[in-house]
Write a protein that binds this ligand. Structure first.
Ligand SMILES: Nc1ncnc2c1ncn2[C@@H]1O[C@H](COP(=O)(O)OP(=O)(O)OP(=O)(O)O)[C@@H](O)[C@H]1O
Length: 396
């Protein structure tokens, strides 16, 4: 983290990255002293509502983050930025995205958790757009120009106000990761009353095992084990609110709809109480580790892998066969995962995999056969990317 005081003193001359968070309510023009070099500017967690009209003098800027600021519109001046390809306005108060505020080279756009009801037709000009994060808005329909987004690969539309499944998405040739739960056109959440339910008071929570965007996972034992479940279990207690993939309750619904499979963490029971929604799972043994790493700012929608990571051809085939089996299981349950990536896969010494993170999952049993087929095609594209990644790690 940098400070405005040091910026004023000239300490950052020649810097390519700058991150300031000091409750700023006005854009500090001292940033322009870095105009010759600045490529990444992070002004998240301030009190900004606008950018100055000469902001475009930051001609080298590639990445701009402004999350958690009370902006009510995406600043118009961004549309004039020649190099800007990644823009983030998560959890602001944006209502308006104007026709001219998005620069032509935008590749990655984050507008999660705002109040946007409509997107501009001009979004269709963004032919480089690859990743579009729109969960947690009030979007009622997509503009017809979406058909021009031929590079779009990852789209988050969960927790919006869409009245119908946007058929236009079925025409996008690259779209592989889609989340759309939590919209008016979606089927109501299932209560899963036939799946084992337990009471929160019957469990004692112990150490935290991990934290996902949607909830906290702890080890738990029983004060009263009425169902004869394992002594030690993992419990994911879901948060309220919204994640960049959608509502945590939709994740729980999807997990229980999908049920058990040998390449998924085994769901054991759920807690369904007014002030507690939680999933009880089998504990993941300690010898499992992540198969992939999330995309980088450069790779955008493709996973990254640790240096030196490799597999034999047999191991790769086994990994791929397991993932194909899980995808078939998901298709059978009419749930799309929406985030089929190696970074959501755990693997052990025997190359056994566990596929996780249902945050972007969407149920589609209520959609038309053509829509269902289109959604399956998308997930199969993600599977093809996954296979390409794994085969790329094979050493001969
Ligand atoms: N059943 C389990 N047994 C042991 N540890 C677990 C279990 N489930 C989750 N964890 C731990 O909690 C972490 C977070 O899990 P979770 O599935 O919520 O997050 P994620 O889906 O990986 O993250 P995000 O939703 O932010 O992408 C995991 O990386 C793992 O370390």
């Amino acid at each position: 983290m940098h400070t405005l005081e040091q910026l004023r003193r000239g300490d950052y001359q020649g810097a390519t990255h700058l991150k300031l968070s000091e409750q700023l309510s006005e854009f500090p023009k001292e940033i322009y002293t870095l105009a010759d070099t600045l490529e990444v500017l992070d002004l998240s967690d301030n009190q900004l509502t606008e950018l100055p009209s000469d902001f475009a003098c930051l001609t080298k800027l590639r990445i701009f983050f402004a999350s958690n600021n009370p902006f009510e519109q995406v600043p118009e001046v961004l549309g004039q930025m020649p190099e800007l390809e990644m823009i983030g306005f998560k959890s602001c108060q944006i209502k308006t995205v104007s026709e001219h505020c998005l620069p032509a080279c935008t590749r990655w756009l984050i507008l999660t958790d705002n109040q946007i009801a409509a997107l501009p037709d001009a979004i269709g000009r963004l032919t480089r757009l690859e990743k579009l994060m729109l969960a947690g808005n009030a979007i009622r329909e997509l503009p017809h120009t979406f058909a021009n987004l031929t590079n779009l690969r990852l789209l988050r539309l969960a927790a919006n106000q869409l009245e119908a499944f946007p058929e236009i998405l079925l025409t996008l040739p690259q779209l592989a990761w889609l989340a759309f739960s939590g919209n008016p056109f979606c089927a109501p959440r299932d209560e899963h009353s036939d799946f084992t339910q337990v009471a929160a008071v019957d469990l004692a929570l112990h150490e935290v095992l991990g934290q996902g965007a949607s909830g906290l996972i702890s080890r738990a034992t029983w004060t009263h084990n009425g169902n004869g479940l394992a002594d030690d279990v993992a419990v994911k207690v879901y948060k309220g609110g919204i994640t960049s993939d959608g509502y945590p309750q939709d994740e729980l619904d999807a997990c229980l709809t999908v049920g058990a499979h040998e390449n998924l963490v085994k769901p054991l029971a759920h807690i369904h109480e007014p002030d507690c929604a939680a999933l009880l799972m089998a504990l993941i043994p300690a010898d499992y580790h992540n198969l992939g790493q999330p995309p980088s700012l450069v790779s955008c929608t493709r996973d990254t892998f640790t240096q030196g990571q490799s597999f034999s051809a047999e191991q790769a085939d086994f990994i791929i066969a397991q993932m194909r089996a899980v995808v078939a299981h998901l298709e059978n349950k009419q749930v799309s995962h929406g985030d089929l990536y190696a970074h959501n896969v755990l693997i052990n010494q025997d190359s056994h995999i566990l596929f996780g993170d249902f945050g972007a999952a969407s149920k589609y049993h209520h959609l038309t056969p053509a829509q269902q087929a289109g959604i399956r095609r998308m997930e199969r594209r993600a599977l093809a990317y996954f296979e390409e990644d794994i085969l790329g790690l094979v050493t001969h």
